[in-house]
Design a protein around this ligand. Sequence first.
Ligand SMILES: Cc1cc2nc3c(=O)[nH]c(=O)nc-3n(C[C@H](O)[C@H](O)[C@H](O)COP(=O)(O)OP(=O)(O)OC[C@H]3O[C@@H](n4cnc5c(N)ncnc54)[C@H](O)[C@@H]3O)c2cc1C
Length: 394
Amino acid sequence: MVPHDPLTDEQREIRDLVRTLAREHIAPRAAEIDESHEFPWDVVELFREHGLFGVFFEERYGGTGTGTLLALIAIEEVSKVCATSALILTVQELGSLGLKLAGSEEQKERLLPKLASGELLGAYALTEAGSGSDSAAMRTEARREGAAYVLNGSKRFITNAGVADLYTVFAKTDPSAGHAGISAFLVHADAPGFEVARLEPKMGISGSTTGELAFSDCRIPAGDLLGSEGEGFKIAMRILDRSRPGVAAQGLGIAQGATDYALEYAKTRETMGKPIAEHQLVAAKLADMETACEAARGLLYRFGRMVDEGAPDAELTKASAMAKLFCTDTAMWVTTEAVQILGGYGYIKEYPVERMMRDAKITQIYEGTNEIQRLVIAREMLKESRAFLPAGVG
Ligand SMILES: Cc1cc2nc3c(=O)[nH]c(=O)nc-3n(C[C@H](O)[C@H](O)[C@H](O)COP(=O)(O)OP(=O)(O)OC[C@H]3O[C@@H](n4cnc5c(N)ncnc54)[C@H](O)[C@@H]3O)c2cc1C
């Protein structure tokens, strides 16, 4: 729990609504979603009905205008009970950020209100089979033909493949120019020449779709270019700076959910004549888990407040990477400890910590692996330290 609640009354009201919906409607579905591997359209409907997609959008585009901190808290609350359901929220933001950061007013007015209501689901397509961490090595190309762009190539591991209506797609308009030759496009699911080639079975977040997108002479209106030609790489990185904390919030929620469950279990499971929570080695685990969650929350909420207070982009990169790194490493470590606290029962599907441990793993991998986050943080540290060196040094 957060002892000092930083939220306004309106934000608190929305957080409490999300918490109630998560506990009453999503938690009872979580195991089933995991086992069936089916995308939970009922959860999408629940989010639509209660206007929850709106937390990522400004009021003038149909959102609640309640800011980034609250949006992260909403993801955290849903993740405590079901990481797959929370990912639906995270990816709605990820799939909308290109429009928010680089879209023209016409594009924003046309599409953001539909994303804010959940009428359209979004997706973000950067990764390819041969380019994940090294995204500038992408091979998908787009060439201008009159009033259209024609896309050829493929994307791999795209969340919401097959369920999204609108994809933010990155492709090379100038293959000889490295990352300066990448452009960003809006591709509607019904664009001619676009198809979802396959969906991947996975270790966790099983209800979320992850798939391969294929573009074969896929023709889209030239007006669906985001920003200018050649700006795509910069747009992709700016999006990730703002979206990674969504993954951090997912990790934190999973970690807190696992800690809360392990605590309740440890209060009732008895060995050697007392609840295991009273054995000091178990109590120490619980204390370390709770402390790690609270420390992770500090980094995450700090990022949310920075955005809400208008911090410049340059200051967000390091804060975003640190929140992603720490919250998601915490998720993996804490869920592993939760399984340990439940002993044999922790390894059994009937208990949610087994699912939480599998779900936690992906948070260390997607939207930039945690190795890449460490590189980003170190690079920003070096930049900062140069700023303090005397002129001519460094
Ligand atoms: C379930 C799922 C959902 C996903 N959703 C999306 C999505 O919606 N949109 C999207 O675009 N992508 C998505 N991805 C792709 C994901 O972001 C990439 O898989 C991830 O960035 C890693 O890329 P890679 O798999 O190519 O691994 P690689 O880049 O091949 O990395 C392999 C290993 O090497 C390490 N490594 C690589 N380069 C370095 C380096 N320079 N220094 C140190 N270590 C390094 C990595 O950390 C990793 O451990 C998703 C992936 C999965 C599995």
